[in-house]
Design a protein around this ligand. Structure first.
Ligand code: GLP
Length: 259
């Protein structure tokens, strides 16, 4: 826990500002930055800030490589707009100077028999390590699509989504039946190889997972986020709502000890 840096922000805008600054500083520190990227609603404001930083000349993505955390398997053709690849183009890639050939996803074709994810791990081990990995948080404590029960040494692989994740993600689909039940996700072991990790979470629905995390002192398979306890350079950036179930005295001490 000593290496975890917790930042509690007054609101989401502050999370976006702090997280995008940490990412842009990492980009400036590296000639060929390697970013690990996430999807969902949590990173949208961060990507907006990175686009502004690109527009005002502060950063360039020309030499940046990106590896996305996860991708659905078995998306229907009509739901292509729900693919994480579409999300990334829409929220970041089409608005900056990144070369599309330098953006990698764990599955390109969405078909199990293609085993793209084995190739993805090979490319990552050749071009990596990831300089900074951005993570969101599932309400059940998952990171990427590593659901409870995932091994701390897991690699990029096919995963079955839990009913709670399918329910959370169904807001993006016409019907719950259209939500894929499987995905390909970087493993916890893959994620932990990143040099720096930044997990962002906002809102009350994340407060149980955040509380469980700070009640633990070691990795517990039931809370995949707890694998971050074993990493040596992790930022956890959350808002007051996500922090609302934390024990105030304990967290005050934690913040002082980990300054
Ligand atoms: C999905 C993604 C995760 C993401 C999580 C939280 O399950 N696979 O990578 O972190 O949802 O999403 P949101 O940021 O929308 O709450």
């Amino acid at each position: 826990m000593e290496s975890i840096k917790l930042i509690i922000c007054k609101d989401k805008n502050e999370i976006d500002k702090i997280a995008s600054n940490i990412i842009s500083e990492t980009m400036k520190d590296n000639k060929k930055p390697v970013l690990g990227l996430a999807t969902g609603k949590s990173p949208i404001g961060i990507y907006k800030n990175l686009i502004s930083k690109f527009n005002n000349g502060e950063i360039s993505f020309k030499k940046t490589l990106t590896f996305n955390l996860d991708e659905y398997l078995g998306l229907k053709e009509a739901d292509h707009n729900n693919s994480y690849e579409f999300y990334m183009s829409d929220n970041l890639f089409d608005k900056v100077d990144i070369k599309k050939k330098n953006t990698y996803f764990p599955t390109l074709l969405g078909k199990k028999e293609n085993k793209d994810w084995e190739k993805f791990e090979k490319i990552l081990s050749k071009k990596g390590p990831i300089d900074i990995q951005l993570l969101g948080l599932g309400t059940n404590g998952h990171i990427g699509f590593n659901e409870p029960g995932s091994s701390i040494t897991s690699r990029t692989r096919v995963v079955d989504l839990t009913p709670s994740t399918i329910k959370s993600n169904s807001v993006y689909f016409k019907s719950k039946d259209d939500v894929p039940t499987q995905a390909v996700s970087m493993g916890l072991g893959t994620i932990l190889e990143a040099k720096k990790i930044i997990l962002v979470a906002f809102g009350k629905e994340k407060s149980d997972a955040i509380k469980k995390f700070f009640d633990l002192n070691e990795f517990d398979e039931e809370l995949p986020m707890s694998s971050l306890i074993t990493h040596n350079d992790t930022y956890i950036v959350i808002d007051e709502a996500a922090a609302s179930k934390l024990n105030k005295t304990k967290i005050k001490k934690f913040l002082l000890d980990n300054k």
